[in-house]
Design a protein around this ligand. Structure first.
Ligand SMILES: C[S@@+](CC[C@H](N)C(=O)[O-])C[C@H]1O[C@@H](n2cnc3c(N)ncnc32)[C@H](O)[C@@H]1O
Length: 322
């Protein structure tokens, strides 16, 4: 059965709109922004409520109330409260907001729209998929004799397409593609949370490269980003390469992060930065294992103000206290 649905903006998008080949960039950006906004609000509410575990609020009447409100469409009153959440909100009101948010982010079509919009962002007409930079770098490193010409095994976290360069260049074989959600029914992408992927017991289950393009910024909490980065070591072998792509403002407009701090943080985990490229909207990193053991100073367990300014963001990565 063909399912049709309308996005939050009322436009028809998603996997079952086969004849709809593209959506306008502004709409794609709007869908992506909305999805991230709702996830940020969710995290904020959870931290105000004192638990990250949404499940414990699900049976609450207020949760149901919020859920039902969203079921009936976008509610302008709830939306305005959502934009101004603070400590003054009562517990029941927060739980209601949580229900409202969860209805939207867990909605299959909402998710499909988000992933569809993210894929549109990868469209070749708008700069192409980020892994073409990775492939170019790997070719250079092989030509410079800094990497062996052997086929490398890759893990792509947050994969939205099996047609991206990482999968088609022939450099990486096999490419294991995973994503939290595979609501677009893409073949060849395993629905899996990297944080729950079993740690390989032998070298066979490990990878020469992990690709993490626009994923770290998707992870809502700084400490969970740190956990994700720290987990990479259990999955890497050989040259231990990590390809990371982030929106540029994470590096050049954050109070708590910049390229130098990120480089130091990755060094503390045992990786050297071997390539960096700053594009108009994104920045690209390639790190390589330096053979050193992880060494964590206090420096990365607490937020450190590196810059300040009125329109700066608070993106950062923190390691759990050891
Ligand atoms: C903005 S999309 C980026 C997609 C693509 N890699 C790109 O560069 O355009 C972020 C994706 O990361 C996925 N993701 C976030 N955390 C993840 C995790 N822990 N495990 C697997 N996938 C994850 C999300 O489901 C989402 O599809």
């Amino acid at each position: 059965m063909i399912r049709k649905s309308r996005s939050i903006t009322g436009k028809l998008v998603g996997p079952n709109t086969a004849n709809l080949k593209r959506i306008k960039p502004e709409l794609a950006r709007k869908i992506i922004r909305r999805y991230h906004f709702m996830n940020q609000r969710k995290q904020k509410i959870c931290s105000l409520l004192g638990s990250k575990d949404v499940e414990m609020y699900r049976k609450h009447l207020s949760f149901e109330e919020g859920w039902n409100a969203r079921l009936n469409g976008v509610d302008s009153v709830v939306e305005s409260v959502l934009r101004n959440i603070g400590t003054s909100n009562e517990r029941d009101a927060l739980i209601k907001l949580l229900g409202y948010i969860m209805k939207e982010v867990e909605d299959e079509m909402g998710l499909a729209n988000y992933q569809f919009a993210s894929r549109m962002g990868q469209d070749a007409n708008r700069g192409g998929d980020s892994s073409k930079i990775l492939v170019q770098w790997i070719r250079e490193l092989i030509d410079e004799g800094k990497l062996e010409r052997n086929r490398m095994k890759a893990l792509e976290i947050g994969s939205l397409s099996k047609m991206n360069k990482i999968s088609t260049s022939g450099i990486f074989e096999p490419v294991v593609r995973i994503d939290l959600n595979n609501s677009n029914d893409n073949e060849g992408i395993i629905r899996q949370d990297f944080m729950k992927r079993p740690i390989p017991t032998g070298e066979n289950g490990k990878f020469d490269l992990i690709s993490c393009s626009l994923v770290l910024n998707f992870v809502a909490q700084a400490i969970d980003r740190g956990r994700m980065l720290r987990r990479f070591k259990d999955f890497l072998k050989g040259s231990k390469l990590i390809f990371i792509v982030l929106p540029l403002p994470c590096m050049d407009n954050s109070r708590y992060m910049d390229t130098n701090h990120f480089k130091e943080l990755m060094e503390a985990l045992g990786y050297d930065k071997i390539r960096y490229y700053k594009a108009k909207k994104l920045c690209y990193f390639l790190f390589k294992g330096n053979g050193e053991r992880e060494r964590q100073g206090k420096k990365f367990t607490k937020k450190l103000k590196l810059h300040d300014g009125p329109n700066m963001n608070n993106f950062t990565v923190l390691f759990p206290d050891m």
